[in-house]
Design a protein around this ligand. Structure first.
Ligand SMILES: [Zn+2]
Length: 196
């Protein structure tokens, strides 16, 4: 028999009905020691009482009602990204249209800014020229307009200053318009597919 009183974890082992190499001497001690037997009886009383307690289950909405009162601090950059994501359309076609439109607006604005920054007088000249020839311009394509209607003098004037900026702006504009067209076509395809 063991010559010291049982530790709480040893009492737990006996309560759990463990059978093993180490449990036999504990049981032998309890049989010979009134103090440990009393302690074991007390603990058994408590655990039995706990076992008889009715089991409560939380209501289905319990977690929601708790979480409704929890204030979650959201970092500013997460909030920013989420609100930006809300602005982005769900469908790929709409995203392309949106990107194309944004690029078109940006290109027109930057092309205009570049144009005005480099040669306000060229812009004025071309606007006047376009107003004069506008009636005929409608009948021709864009390249024909540049070659035939605006004439060599306009091209020479543009070449003087701001030509590269204007060309970059024009290239951006063409790219953006292409993107928007692709987006519109993709959207049309998607809606046709959805209809079928
Ligand atoms: Zn004892």
């Amino acid at each position: 028999m063991q010559h010291r009183h049982l530790h709480p974890n040893e009492i737990d082992l006996l309560l759990d009905g463990e059978v093993g190499f180490g449990v036999a001497p504990l049981r032998a001690h309890v049989e010979g020691c009134a103090e440990c037997r009393a302690k074991l009886d007390d603990v058994r009383l408590v655990t039995d009482a706990l076992d008889r307690l009715p089991h409560f289950a939380p209501t289905v909405r319990f977690a929601d009602s708790v979480m409704a009162q929890v204030h979650i601090v959201e970092p500013w950059h997460v909030a920013l990204v989420e609100s930006a994501q809300r602005l982005v359309p769900q469908s790929r076609a709409m995203r392309m249209v949106m990107a194309g439109s944004a690029l078109t607006v940006a290109s027109v604005l930057s092309a205009s800014a570049v144009w005005l920054a480099f040669r306000a007088d060229v812009a004025r000249y071309l606007v006047n020229l376009a107003a004069d020839r506008g009636r005929q311009s409608v009948l021709h394509g864009a390249s024909a307009v540049l070659d035939a209607e605006f004439g060599q003098s306009a091209i020479d004037a543009m070449r003087g200053a701001g030509m590269s900026g204007v060309m970059i702006g024009a290239a951006l504009l063409v790219t953006a318009a292409g993107g928007a067209t692709l987006g519109l076509r993709a959207m049309a395809t998607a809606s046709r597919r959805a209809r079928n």
